[in-house]
Design a protein around this ligand. Structure first.
Ligand SMILES: [Zn+2]
Length: 135
């Protein structure tokens, strides 16, 4: 099926989708940190894989994974158009996620990944417990 957008137009559109989605998830996480009294996190901390949040002292990294981009099966998000293109892209993201987790784990970081849908529901107990045991 022919795409209505050029490759560049499409990548511009998807970039916008990606950044706005990511931001709302990150803001929600910050809200949850405040709610649970979780401190010591940094954003934009330079580390392999660009984690969304890093707790340098506790050596915890947090990734907020978008359900669509990282292949969560929580809802039917798969687009009908360019199915193969997205499937390949998502597969690459999943592989990349695994590599990042492995690398950081071997460097003694505790890697926690949360799905966008989990964060929306406020389900971050794993992080709360992890922070509490490490403090
Ligand atoms: Zn999900």
């Amino acid at each position: 099926m022919a795409d209505t957008f050029t490759k560049e137009e499409r990548s511009q559109i998807m970039k916008k989708v990606k950044s706005s989605k990511n931001k709302s998830t990150e803001f929600k996480l910050i809200e949850l940190f405040k709610y649970y009294g979780i401190k010591g996190w940094r954003r934009n901390f330079k580390l392999f894989g660009k984690p969304d949040f890093v707790f340098p002292k506790l050596r915890i990294v947090v990734f907020a994974d978008g359900c669509f981009w990282h292949g969560h099966n929580c809802r039917n998000l798969k687009p009908e158009q360019n199915k193969e293109y997205w499937e390949q892209k998502i597969k690459r993201n999943i592989k990349r996620d695994q590599l990042v987790t492995e690398k950081l784990t071997t460097k003694n970081w505790t890697v926690l990944r949360f799905w966008e849908c989990q964060i929306r529901k406020g389900k971050i107990e794993e992080l709360v417990n992890c922070v509490r045991t490490k403090v």
